[in-house]
Design a protein around this ligand. Structure first.
Ligand code: HEM
Length: 166
């Protein structure tokens, strides 16, 4: 009999689905070019949005690592599953922080032109790289959740969703 995963708590689940919504919203409303930052309202909105996501993920990191524990993958799951899940979670955190920090960097260089075109180019490059990596990591993350639901049937997906009707 496969060992069943314990459930994540209410706070972890709440943060998980709130951050999923915010990430989706971020892709939906994202800017097309740096010139749009000339609009002061848009400039301020982008900064507040980036700081909010950054703060939420920092709190989430603290909460799962220091308070309630991160993964609910059963300890006796195969080694490769522990390794793969850890790698994708680290990648997701790295891409979120990469997107947030490079976005704030773009805003800083835009408001401080003497920092120069090289720094702006580096920030935009990092922003595009991390923005491109996140959907690939999310595909791997969701594929992993489906693997646990359909093949392993060990309750790892349900640890984040609650019991599903099917
Ligand atoms: C349909 C979409 C999603 C599904 C089905 C899903 C499913 C899950 C499940 C089942 C876990 C628990 C894994 C475990 O305990 O080891 C988890 C954790 C996690 N998920 Fe998702 N997820 C989704 C979207 C997202 C999105 C958009 C992000 C944004 C970056 C994300 C980031 C994370 C992270 C970092 C963890 C590790 C635990 C934590 O720090 O909260 N997930 N997810």
């Amino acid at each position: 009999m496969t060992t069943q995963a314990n459930s994540h708590g209410f706070v972890t689940r709440g943060i998980h689905w709130l951050s999923a919504g915010l990430i989706g919203f971020g892709y939906f409303k994202g800017l097309d070019n740096v010139g749009q930052l000339a609009d002061p309202t848009l400039f301020m909105t982008e900064i507040v949005f980036a700081l909010s996501i950054g703060a939420l993920f920092l709190f989430r990191l603290f909460w799962t690592k220091r308070v309630v524990g991160a993964t609910r993958l059963p300890e006796d799951a195969p080694k490769w599953e522990h390794w793969a899940s850890q790698a994708v979670h680290v990648g997701l955190y790295a891409s979120v922080f990469g997107i947030v920090l490079s976005g704030l960097g773009i805003a800083l260089v835009y408001a401080t032109p003497w920092l120069g075109g090289f720094v702006m180019g580096a920030m935009i490059g990092l922003h595009e790289l991390t923005l491109a990596a996140m959907p690939l990591l999310l595909i791997a993350h969701i594929a992993g959740a489906m693997w646990h639901k359909i093949v392993r049937r060990d309750g790892v997906l349900e640890s984040m969703t609650g019991r599903l009707p099917v």
